[in-house]
Design a protein around this ligand. Structure first.
Ligand SMILES: *Cc1c(COP(=O)(O)O)cnc(C)c1O
Length: 407
């Protein structure tokens, strides 16, 4: 596949020797390629991929239609800067507008960049109303990225530690409590926006109540705040709707997207409704790579494949099947708390920290992650079939049972 002579296994010694900066506690495996929901390591060992590169590989690995489109695009034009019109930007923006019912899109390359743009939108929205010190409501256990502003918005002190001073202008509240939101913002004229994940991903697959989302929408309308929903992880069909907030029948004013949007090619977007679509003017914001033709083609083709193969419906159906099977098998097992999430964004909550399960699953040929210490996270590609779900259950359930017995 590749001519790079990498060691197939990184031991602690050669990890020390690695020229890559040590920002991830990596597992001892190196992959060479993938196909659909399967991946192979450098020794030719097969794995079932229930992680999809953290909710990124929407159409799985090596999808023939995506590969062909990207190969064609690479030959035609990879990059063209935003001094000029980019036709594929117009196409992807129109598609996102159609799917969301919102009105305009800004393109960037990552989730944090999309959230950074959302925070700037909220601040300028306030500035235009004469608010000099705008404040944005954010949530406990939220994750919005690792830039200075987005880690300040994030509700996790571990992610913030060592990077102070944090950006000011955030008010933090617990999820799913209208009363807490009303109290925290009471008589505060500086509030400009409420910013939340419809389903918290890194925070442990915590689902916002649909009624709560409707109440926040109503409150934002009443107080003239922007309602900004971070759909970087829960968006792009994963929950069985194009966007997770659509389950509540509402529409946000600002919606950052990334992860699954380009099936692995870095693409971020901020979709804005009428209240936020015309806040930025030329010179206010930008991104060199944002909206480049390769990224746009990946987004366009991802959505086209999702439509042609009914992958949003598949996410709803297979997600429900997988979650039901897991619940059936784990019901009554001491130490199992609950399954949570929606569609193909599934958390299996245990009553104790279980990050060791990540390595145990890897050794058993299954890729998954553990987040918020006690939550096993499954976010597989949307092309998943029932046989894959059965294989996940048959590998994972015995591992969980064994883990709970031995700890
Ligand atoms: C992953 C994630 C981000 C950050 O995305 P990056 O592309 O890593 O910057 C932001 N918000 C949510 C909800 C995420 O899951």
């Amino acid at each position: 596949m590749s001519d790079l002579s990498l060691p197939s296994t990184f031991t602690p010694e050669n990890a020390q020797a690695s020229a890559v900066m040590n920002t991830y506690a990596r597992m001892e495996v190196t992959f060479s390629h993938g196909k659909g929901l399967e991946m192979w390591d450098l020794e030719g060992r097969r794995y079932l991929d229930a992680l999809a590169g953290i909710a990124v590989n929407t159409v799985g690995h090596g999808h023939p239609r995506l590969v062909a489109a990207l190969q064609e695009q690479v030959a035609q034009m990879i990059h063209c800067c935003n001094y000029y019109h980019v036709q594929t930007q117009e196409q992807l923006a129109a598609k996102l507008v159609e799917l969301s019912g919102m009105s305009n899109v800004f393109f960037c390359s990552t989730g944090l960049e999309a959230n950074e743009a959302a925070i700037k939108l909220a601040r300028k929205f306030g500035s235009k109303k004469g608010i000099e010190r705008p404040e944005i409501v954010v949530y406990e256990k939220s994750f919005h990225g690792r830039s200075i502003a987005t880690l300040s918005a994030t509700g996790n002190t571990k992610i913030q530690a060592g990077f102070g001073p944090l950006v000011e202008g955030f008010i933090r509240v617990p999820i799913n409590s209208l009363q807490a939101l009303e109290q925290a913002t009471h008589n505060n004229p500086n509030v400009v926006a409420v910013f939340l994940e419809a389903i918290q991903g890194e925070g442990g697959i915590n689902v916002m109540d649909l009624e709560y989302l409707r109440q926040v929408r109503a409150l934002c309308d009443e107080r003239d705040w922007l309602f900004m929903i971070d759909e970087v992880q829960c968006g792009m069909g994963r929950t069985g709707k194009w966007f997770a907030h659509q389950w509540a029948g509402i529409q946000p004013d600002v919606m950052p997207l990334a992860k699954g949007l380009g099936s692995g090619v870095p693409v971020g977007a901020v979709v804005a409704g009428p209240k936020a679509a015309h806040i930025f003017e030329p010179g206010n914001h930008g991104s060199t790579f944002g909206g480049n033709p390769l990224a746009m083609r990946a987004g366009i083709e991802t959505i086209a494949i999702m439509e042609a193969d009914h992958l949003v419906e598949n996410a709803a159906k297979m997600g429900a099947y997988l979650q039901t099977r897991l619940e059936q098998e784990l019901q009554g097992v001491a130490g199992f708390v609950q399954c949570k999430g929606k569609g193909l964004m599934i958390g299996i909550e245990l009553d104790r920290p279980c990050s060791a399960l990540m390595g145990q699953a890897l050794a058993a040929g299954l890729l998954l992650s553990v987040t918020a210490d006690c939550i096993i996270r499954l976010v597989p590609a949307l092309i998943i079939e029932a046989s894959h779900c059965d294989e996940i259950v048959s590998i994972l359930v015995p591992l969980i049972k064994k883990f709970l017995k031995s700890t």
